[in-house]
Design a protein around this ligand. Sequence first.
Ligand SMILES: C[S@@+](CC[C@H](N)C(=O)[O-])C[C@H]1O[C@@H](n2cnc3c(N)ncnc32)[C@H](O)[C@@H]1O
Length: 357
Amino acid sequence: MNLFEVDIINKFNQRYPFQNFIKYCCGADRNTTEKLRLTTFINEVYSNNDNTNKYYIKQIMNEMLKYLDTFINTTSNTNDSRVCFLDEPESFQEWLYEQYIEYLNIQYDPNLEDIITYTFSVGNNINSTGLQIKIREKPNIISSENTTGLKTWEAALYLTYYLCKSFPNDNNIKTSNNETMNVLELGCGTGVVGISYYKLYAKYWANCNAHLTDGSDFVINEVLPYNCKLNDCTNENVHHYQMDWSEPYLRYIYDDKKIDLILGADITFDDECIYYLTYCLKELFHNNAKNGCYALISATIRKETTIEYFIQRCKELGLQVELVSSCSNDDNDGFIKDVLFKPLTAPIRIYKVSYYI
Ligand SMILES: C[S@@+](CC[C@H](N)C(=O)[O-])C[C@H]1O[C@@H](n2cnc3c(N)ncnc32)[C@H](O)[C@@H]1O
């Protein structure tokens, strides 16, 4: 496959909105002469579709069939076209219809479990091979099994994007001069942030330990082990524990552990959780602040008053809060274009929280 085709497959595996997929493939803003060979693309999609969202494949094929006549006309008339056929266009058309018929009965299922591969570029080099993380999730389920952690939320993708972009020399990331790094994720859900951090930094630190935690036993027992395995993170340096911010007993699990960095995404969603979360942060800083420990909390700002409460609570507890990054729908470049592929549901801000010693 050429690099353009690899990019298209990556977009497919990250579930680029199907309505805009063909437009992306034909995008005029691409400065490449490489072409997407439609047969190569469809074969690739088919070759590993066992775990894939068949409804999404159906939508993509549907879009392709809609645009096929245009493709056939442009590819035969101009060399500028971004797509081409390996065979005769007419036999491709016939073949695609045959494939599509197999998918006709597949209907939208909100409970569908999908494996999504997220691709992030690393550092400032947009041509770097980047980081790929596979996550099994239920992207259409807001809440089930007493948790909201069955899908990956936008704030988690933004925090991962930020960690990857800042790798490895950002003051907000590098916290320790020694060779051991212990990172703790709170309310990790599908685990994309903690797993990504570990994959990025495992080679950077001589000894990197990731502690992925969530209040939900379902997340800890069902969601995380699978996603860690999917990403080859099953060694003794990656731990997952149930940890509820409101349970003092569970919080004290970490009393004897040295933590350098705390990460959290979309865990400031209401006043009650903020009340316990901020207290939990203070407890964690109590033992670790002298080592330079701090937290990066990525918050989706659904209501300004909720985040104001978070900041106020931090201040009441003697915690310092600093805005380190933000993203809104006005940002045409970066996160929305490279990772989310659609408008944000609400602005996202990353706060650095630390403790005055
Ligand atoms: C909106 S989800 C965010 C999940 C993940 N961080 C992400 O952004 O994709 C909130 C997560 O916090 C967890 N959670 C909610 N209340 C909690 C508590 N009191 N203690 C620990 N985890 C909690 C939920 O189980 C869920 O996984």
